[in-house]
Ligand binder design. Structure first.
Ligand code: G16
Length: 559
């Protein structure tokens, strides 16, 4: 059993921030493991991170594996921070352990020892017998931070939490969230990659370069290898700069912007998606040459969107190439390779699935259904839900419209494609493409490289990518601050509100006023807001519908 002497600075009563101030947390204040772990103002985090790292050490011992602790608040403002745990294969924490985490974080200081002791009994027999037989070799807690000023202090809280159970602590420093996921998998599966920053860069850029060499641009190609990337002033800037050192400029010529300013402020994938505007330092002057292809990362580089200045609106409006469009691009490429394979080996076919959330643009869902002949699976927001649903397929493409997504591959895919050194070009392409992708989680760097490969393969410019797939229906997303987002309860993959009573009826009445409309309201799992999403036949009507739904939320009670 762990030695349970809690340092006062990591208790609720003595919770101490990175500036050295004691910021006590009321003994009964409750916290929930949200869409992406615990995420709040940074001053609340020290005792939460400490307890999470203790739990990670317990899970590491239980599974005799590396478990990840990522300290980030991703797209949230610089003053926030957060923590989430990562399971051995690099996936999100299992949902049963999310419940344990919530119990442990919500315990008062006085109850904590009892809560932990009760909890340890749950798995004691199996792990103790392993310990007795000297079988605990690989248990470790692997921890990374993003660039927030509160990060190093929280890393120390994590180190102290892991020390309670005397589990090895590996500090991998300032990393993107996907790099942490990749490292955890690499620690547990050494054949996957070297568990270092360089190991990650080598694996992903190595696959990119090989696939680039075997990708022929078609005659008349309009593909351009130049790209400007908005780094959200986050971790994407230093880490992507390092990755790019591995890739020759003739293959990809990338300029980075927004590297050292205020994190996620007026820039980054979340800003670009919600405001549908060009980020800071991308706005054109009237006499400037048209901007080329642009892409935007979020603060911890687990999301990516492409964008460009909207035609005729170069003073700020952005035309988005969002997660839906990236997913459809990837699926179109994979389908092309799979169709060739299936024609020659019909009995050994590989099944591709596509997973989206309610935020997916209606046109993308229709395109997937009608042109790719795949019925998309719609799940609640949160990559953990998408990842799980995608894992049911041999090739599971999942993306949230906000740019968070990746592709997962089954064991059957491994044996047919990866372990079979086939001379067939489409299988080799699929193999290398699956290695450019970071299958553990959505990864802005890997998704960017994969997007560029596919655009080059098709010989597509941004115009082609826009016109050859589908046209987005006008859509709007509004953040509405509320006093208590927990009163909003949803069902039907978050598309229908069940609480507060009567609210869904009011939403339906508003939606019925517009042609081709669709809308929903859901509480955020990462910010104290309610999100309104609306689509309609014209941009004007979409804004009207969005505004009227914002009023519906405000009538319930704003912050
Ligand atoms: C996190 C989750 C995403 C989710 C986003 C917004 O992203 O990983 O799955 O879409 O939050 O969630 P919500 O609408 O519940 O606030 P990130 O990039 O912030 O970690």
């Amino acid at each position: 059993m762990a030695n349970l002497e809690f340092p006062p600075q990591y208790t609720r009563a003595g919770n101490t921030t990175h500036t050295g101030e004691v910021h006590s947390i009321p003994q009964d204040e409750q916290f929930a493991y949200g869409t992406a772990g615990f995420r709040f103002r940074a001053e609340k985090l020290p005792f939460i991170v400490y307890r999470c790292a203790y739990l990670a050490s317990l899970r590491a011992r239980q599974l005799d594996s590396a478990i990840g602790v990522m300290i980030t608040a991703s797209h949230n403002p610089a003053q926030d921070n957060g923590v989430k745990l990562v399971d051995p294969s690099g996936d999100m924490l299992s949902s049963q352990w999310e419940i344990y985490a919530t119990e442990v974080i919500n315990a008062s200081d006085a109850d904590l020892t009892k809560v932990i002791r009760d909890f340890e009994k749950n798995f004691q027999r199996s792990s103790q017998s392993k310990i007795a037989r000297g079988l605990i070799h690989n248990a470790k807690v692997v921890c990374g931070i993003d660039t927030r000023v509160s990060g190093p202090h929280l890393m120390e809280a994590a180190r102290a939490g892991a020390a309670l159970f005397n589990v090895k602590f590996v500090d991998i420093g300032v990393v993107s969230t996907p790099m942490l996921h990749y490292s955890v998998k690499s620690f547990n599966e050494p054949e996957f990659a070297d568990p270092t920053h360089q190991g990650y860069y080598d694996a992903i850029s190595g696959a990119f370069k090989k696939l680039y060499e075997m990708t022929q641009e078609p005659d008349g190609s309009r593909y351009q290898p130049e790209l400007i990337v908005d780094c959200a002033n986050g971790v994407g800037a230093p880490r992507f700069r390092e990755l790019l050192k591995q890739i020759p400029k003739e293959m990809l010529s990338i300029e980075l912007r927004n590297e050292n300013g205020e994190l996620n402020h007026g820039c980054g994938a979340d800003f670009v998606k919600i405001a549908q505007k060009m980020p800071a330092n991308f706005i054109l002057t009237p006499d400037a040459a048209p901007e080329p292809k642009c892409a935007s990362f979020d603060g911890d580089a687990d999301r990516i969107l492409y964008f460009r200045a909207k035609n005729g609106c170069q003073y700020g409006t952005a035309e988005l190439f969002d997660g839906d469009r990236i997913a459809v691009l990837f699926a179109t490429y994979i389908k092309e390779q799979l169709d060739i394979y299936t024609a020659s080996k019909p009995r050994n076919s590989l099944k591709m699935g596509i997973v989206q959330t309610a935020y997916a643009n209606g046109s993308s869902t229709r395109f997937v259904r009608e042109h790719l002949k795949i019925e998309p699976i719609i799940v609640p927001t949160g990559v953990k839900h998408l990842h799980e649903a995608a894992s049911e397929f041999d090739i599971g493409v999942y993306f949230e419209a906000n740019g968070h997504g990746t592709i997962v591959f089954s064991k059957h895919f491994d044996s047919v494609v990866r372990r079979n050194a086939s001379p067939l070009v489409h299988l080799r392409r699929l193999h290398l493409f699956s290695r450019v992708i970071n299958e553990t989680v959505g990864d802005a760097f890997a998704d960017l490289l994969a997007t560029e490969i596919v655009l080059r393969h098709f010989g597509w410019s941004m115009d082609d990518w826009n016109q050859k797939l589908y046209q987005d229906v006008p859509n709007v997303q509004i953040k509405v601050p509320v006093a208590d987002r927990s009163i909003f309860k949803t069902t039907n993959a978050e598309q229908t509100l069940v609480k507060p009573d009567g609210l869904q009826k009011r939403i339906d009445e508003e939606v019925a006023k517009y042609k081709d409309s669709r809308a929903f309201i859901r509480p955020s799992g990462t910010e104290n807001i309610v999100r309104v999403y609306a689509e309609a036949d014209t941009l004007e009507n979409t804004h009207r519908l969005g505004k009227s739904l914002e009023q519906v939320v405000l009538s319930i009670g704003s912050a």
